[in-house]
Design a protein around this ligand. Structure first.
Ligand code: PRX
Length: 643
């Protein structure tokens, strides 16, 4: 975010204090909770809310950068999400209310979900998936995605969910990196009335990959697919034969629960490793308190299970808490632009958790869509994925929340596993655009490059000073990268890669990434990944990718490309390059702008000066060019870009 935007943000002095009504009914009513959070005993207390097969011996073992939580404790994540809710009337409570894009719907009670998960766990076991084997899941937003994740957790096979919008190449890289033994996919997925061929993508991804023994195929779109003899199995056929009894495997608190790939500063995505005990404690506690969860809530998180938000706040957190989770398969504008509000009205959703990019899109469409529906069931709103600008915050507050629902702006990451900064809606005064303060038991500061806290009112880098239960434990197969990336700046202190300011009240204002990661519509995309995809094209010699400010997406990809000798710029080439990137990574990485240039601005040591490219792309006055090897490059670029 630009400095001038930030100054405007910090002048944001509107405050919204919790209403008396909300406060007196809230789960957390006293700020004493922050005091309690200062001792490790706080996390022990929260851990006791889960069901353990054997107790832990030590709460935290911290050998920076490696943490172990609840050492020696045994539990199973799927049993915590399912079995323990079967004791009483809860077994007939809706666990998942599913709304398909085409209007089909399905309700799975906790008992139903337990049965389906147990059956699929048996299917996996019968087909050679054992404790410790990795399973890649590549599915649309259908209940089987949750069933697959929990079935893996039940038998102790770590899952690696790959977002269904990723390309076959992205899927292939992730399958190989995890050395997955099985893949779970579907024939296809619905998207705005079209279908995406997930099984075909999987076939291309697995061509020549020898670690995968079986592919389980769920029927969703009923499109024609090729089933490879011996390797491929229909989910419904296997389920028909499976027993519904499958005891949950006792897992060590530090056994791996899942791997989730995310973008970093190099071209190779990082396999973020989360383990069982601490993760479950972190996500269940935060889910309960941040969303002020009540028994009768209908909770809807609009993320996809392919992202960490889906893992922590569609699956593990809410189900561990016995919540009713609404799951929607499709897009917000299919068949109409009021689809979200139609769903809120239809199921009387009480809690809605979505992303700023979605809110800005709704703003653009206009308030008539939410206004045409009854949204009076809503009582709490959430935001995640990128900074929410005060204007979008106010719109969300007014048109969706009817000026009665608090908004919890939650800051966290794939790596943190759980929400780290957020209001507690019964006690925290809200400032539009600020994610307010760290969750109890979490220590975050704004520091300078030496790691020293800056005075309140100042800006610098976010730093997480102490380990927290749901923190990532490693990068799969690459502990050196783990240490370098997250703990390389200041020993023992976690570096999230975000810039931030804190104001005089200690409220945090996130400025965005300070590394080569671009946040497009709340999705993390590495500049290097896009650059590699571009130079993979036969016409491209060199590419530099930057994130430029975008009204709806937050940031958009702008690419500066030099072509190989003798290649002509044709009107089709721009489109071809955009398609090429989408094919290599996925539609989410399709660039907004491609700009052809004879040369890229570089320092004398050969580093591309992205800061200057950003200035050019956003039409700003160009900053300092004294370190440039050839200053004329920038002037030529700028002149051309403005044409
Ligand atoms: O820059 C921050 C931004 O998203 C990054 C994490 O992305 P990812 O791992 O994909 O997880 C997104 C969902 C948890 C962060 O480093 N970010 C996330 N939430 C916020 C945010 N920036 C500002 N405010 C937020 N509430």
């Amino acid at each position: 975010m630009e400095e001038k935007n930030l100054e405007a943000l910090l002048e944001e002095d509107r405050q919204f204090i919790p209403s008396e009504e909300f406060h007196k009914n809230a789960l957390i009513q006293s700020a004493d909770i922050y005091e309690q959070g200062q001792s490790l005993g706080f996390w022990e207390e929260q851990a006791k809310q889960l069901s353990w097969l054997s107790p832990w011996e030590k709460t935290l073992e911290w050998n920076p950068p490696f943490a172990q939580w609840f050492v020696g404790g045994k539990l199973n994540a799927s049993a915590n999400c399912l079995d323990r809710h079967l004791q009483d009337w809860h077994r007939n409570k809706a666990a998942i209310i599913f709304e398909g894009e085409n209007g089909d719907s399905q309700v799975l009670t906790y008992q139903d979900l337990h049965r389906e998960v147990s059956k699929f766990a048996n299917v996996l076991k019968a087909n050679g998936v054992n404790k410790g084997d990795r399973v890649t899941i590549y599915l649309p937003m259908i209940p089987e995605a949750v069933i697959s994740m929990l079935a893996c957790a039940r038998i102790g096979a770590p899952h690696s969910v790959v977002f269904g919008g990723f390309s076959s190449e992205a899927l292939r890289d992730r399958v190989i990196d995890a050395q997955a033994k099985a893949v779970i996919t579907s024939d296809g997925s619905f998207r705005r009335g079209n279908t995406i061929p997930l099984k075909d993508n999987t076939d291309i991804a697995l061509d020549g990959v020898d670690c995968v023994e079986h592919v389980f195929v769920i029927q969703r779109t009923k499109q024609t697919v090729q089933m490879k003899e011996e390797r491929d199995l229909w989910y419904h056929e296997e389920m028909a034969k499976a027993s519904p009894v499958c005891p949950a495997e006792p897992m060590d608190a530090e056994d791996m629960l899942f791997i989730l790939y995310t973008s970093g500063t190099t071209g190779k995505p990082k396999g973020v490793v989360h383990t069982t005990g601490g993760y479950m404690v972190g996500v269940s506690t935060t889910h309960r308190w941040v969303f002020d969860l009540k028994e009768e809530d209908v909770y809807w998180c609009t993320a996809d299970v392919g992202w960490i938000t889906g893992h922590s706040y569609i699956v593990y957190g809410p189900l561990a808490n016995g919540a009713t989770v609404l799951m929607y398969e499709g897009s917000p504008d299919y068949p109409n632009r009021d689809r979200f509000w139609e769903i809120v009205e239809k199921y009387k959703v009480t809690i809605l958790y979505t992303a700023p990019t979605a809110i800005r899109t709704f703003m653009k469409w206009g308030p008539q869509y939410p206004q045409s529906r009854d949204l009076s069931s809503l009582r709490l709103l959430g935001s995640v994925g990128e900074p929410i600008n005060p204007e979008a915050w106010m719109w969300y507050y007014k048109y969706i929340g009817g000026e009665r629902c608090p908004i919890v702006d939650t800051w966290w990451q794939t790596e943190t596993g759980m929400i780290m900064m957020t209001p507690l809606p019964g006690i925290t005064s809200l400032k539009p655009g600020s994610c307010t303060v760290p969750f109890p038991g979490v220590r975050i500061e704004v520091v300078d490059s030496a790691g020293h806290p800056v005075p309140k009112g100042g800006g610098g880098y976010l730093a997480i000073k102490e380990p927290w239960p749901a923190m990532l434990r490693n990068i799969y197969g690459d502990p050196a990268r783990f240490e370098r990336t997250y703990f390389g700046n200041w020993p023992g202190v976690y570096f999230p890669g975000d810039g931030a300011k804190w104001d005089k009240d200690g409220y945090f204002w996130i400025l965005g990434r300070v590394d080569d990661v671009i946040n497009v519509s709340g999705h993390r995309i590495g500049t290097m990944e896009v650059e590699s995809a571009l130079v993979d094209h036969p016409s491209v010699a060199e590419a530099a990718v930057i994130g430029k400010n975008h009204e709806v997406k937050g940031q958009a990809l702008a690419c500066f490309v030099t072509l190989k000798e003798g290649i002509e710029i044709t009107p089709d080439l721009e489109d071809e390059l955009k398609k090429h990137v989408a094919k290599k990574i996925g539609a989410l990485a399709r660039p907004d702008d491609i700009f052809f240039t004879a040369e890229l601005p570089k320092t004398r040591s050969g580093k591309i000066m992205r800061r200057l490219l950003r200035d050019i792309a956003e039409g700003r006055a160009i900053g300092d060019t004294t370190t440039l090897a050839d200053a004329s490059v920038v002037n030529t670029l700028k002149a051309n870009y403005q044409e």
